[in-house]
Design a protein around this ligand. Structure first.
Ligand code: AMP
Ligand code: ZN
Length: 477
């Protein structure tokens, strides 16, 4: 079936037709790195990761670019507050980003460009805009002249008259029109700066995404995404910059925006201070559960954050995991289920039906919430089957493989425990395995001091080691 997606530009669902057969170029506006990311940012990240995974499932070769904004007012301010170099601070939070991203099972982007690595590309575009009369410089600042671009406002559906009605020029700005926006900012004392044709300065916020998406994906790339707060002004301005620079060529074909994660019906945001970082939530729930919760609502519907919803997500994920466990137990048992072929037929049909419904839901603007229903149905069919027919069979193998695969398309590993205690146990097993390996190496080198130290310290922790001919074993006292 054809994939349809909601394009913010046309305000309707459209059939997805990529620029190039079989290939998708996708860009999303990633985090501004001056803190751990919050679960609202997490929603955007998980949503576009799910979209990317489904495109891969459909057979597309996907190039996925997600930037890091590593220079802006907030990063500079945080650096000043902490007495640190803002660029170093941003780099640290990029490192932290990858830890939380892994917990949410986000695939790393094909390319994760950083704004500060693309200053020459940004300067190139600004120069091009200036040459065309779409930008003007005033005392080291450069502004985009919105009224020189007739199409300005096409994404957000605003007219310049509407926009100007509420706008005013801030003190110190030298704009010709209140809606003009900064492409380049003159350096203030103590701030990081780069050399440019307009003197020492730094880029405005919007220009980085035009520069980096065009560099890695070229003009007319397929999908540009981000949270709904970015439609105006950020994406509107990205379009103005890119299409101005490209003499009217299309910048991106489809614009996709996720709805907000809210808290008491208010947008979760760093500036309002009403946020929970993913790092904090991971202390109480595994990343898989957070992901399951975030995809349990269609990406264009608002989602309110609360603990109860997370607990419900945990239960839902556990149900699917239980079906996999029950199937695996039955698949490990040899025996005669039934002389009648009908039950197996029925299970096979359930698996096919689940895949059909899953694809139908996902083809309809990536309706992951509806896709969950097909997974639960298949899980139920597996549970009922193994209860009546507890032995291995081809039909069961197929149903199990289908459930596993479809969950994987949404980014869930159904073998990962959805429960913190179990997750802890699994980690303990892994850490113990590592310690025993270290101890075995020590023993091989006849480093008895190290080997005994490990054994004695573990004993203090209530973990008893026993050396057997097959290697060391451990038990909890
Ligand atoms: P920021 O770090 O604020 O630049 O945001 C990074 C990404 O997260 C952007 O694509 C935002 O649109 C998105 N985002 C920010 N807050 C929320 C929220 N409460 N719900 C959903 N997406 C959000
Ligand atoms: Zn952007």
């Amino acid at each position: 079936m054809a994939l349809r997606l909601f394009n913010t530009m046309s305000h309707q669902k459209e059939e997805f037709k990529p620029r190039e057969e079989g290939k998708v170029g996708m860009y999303t506006c990633g985090p501004t790195v001056y803190n751990y990311f919050h679960v609202g940012n997490g929603r955007m990240l998980v949503v576009f990761d799910m979209i990317r995974r489904y495109l891969l499932y459909k057979g597309y070769d996907v190039t996925f670019v997600q930037n890091f904004t590593d220079i802006d007012d907030k990063i500079i301010k945080r650096g000043q507050e902490e007495g640190r170099d803002p660029l170093e601070l941003a780099q640290d939070y990029i490192g932290e980003y990858f830890k939380d991203a892994a917990a949410l099972n986000l695939m790393p982007a094909s390319i994760h460009p950083k704004a500060t690595d693309h200053i020459p590309e940004m300067i190139e575009i600004i120069k091009g805009l200036e040459e065309q009369g779409l930008a003007y410089a005033v005392d080291g600042d450069v502004y985009f002249a919105v009224d020189k671009l007739p199409a300005y406002g096409k994404l957000s559906g605003r007219t310049l008259e509407d926009m100007q009605a509420g706008a005013r020029v801030e003190v110190g700005e030298r704009k010709q029109n209140p809606m003009d926006f900064a492409l380049w900012k003159n350096a203030k004392p103590g701030e990081p700066f780069w050399e440019s044709p307009w003197g020492k300065g730094r880029p405005g916020w919007h220009i980085e995404c035009s520069a980096m998406s065009l560099k890695y994906l070229g003009s007319g790339f397929d999908i540009h995404g981000g949270g709904g707060d970015l439609v105006f002004p950020h994406h509107e301005n990205e379009i103005a910059q890119a299409e101005g620079y490209l003499h009217g060529e299309t910048f991106a074909r489809y614009w996709m925006h996720n709805a907000f994660l809210t808290i008491n019906q208010q947008k979760m945001s760093k500036s309002l201070g009403n946020f929970f970082t993913v790092r904090e939530i991971l202390e109480h729930f595994p990343g898989e559960v957070i992901r399951f919760y975030l995809l349990g609502t269609h990406y264009r519907s608002p989602l309110d954050f609360d603990d109860e919803n997370l607990r419900m997500a945990q239960k839902g994920l556990e149900r699917l995991q239980t079906s996999i466990r029950l199937a695996d137990e039955a698949l490990g048992r040899q025996g005669q289920n039934s002389a009648d072929a009908a039950p197996e037929q029925k299970l096979r049909a359930a698996a096919e039906e689940a895949r059909r419904e899953f694809e139908e839901a996902m083809d309809d603007d990536f309706n992951s919430a509806l896709a969950y229903a097909s997974l639960f149905e298949l899980g139920k069919a597996i549970n009922a089957h193994v209860q009546a027919y507890p032995y291995s069979s081809e039909g069961l193998l197929k149903a199990r493989a289908t459930l596993w695969e479809l969950a994987d398309v949404l980014g869930f590993d159904l073998a990962k425990p959805a429960n913190q205690a179990e997750a802890g146990n699994q980690k303990l097993d892994q850490v113990m395995e590592l310690l025993l390996e270290v101890r075995a190496i020590a023993r091989k080198k006849k480093d008895w001091e190290m080997s005994d130290l490990i054994r004695d310290r573990l004993k203090d922790l209530g973990i008893v080691l026993e050396d057997t001919p097959q290697g060391a074993r451990w038990t909890l006292r």
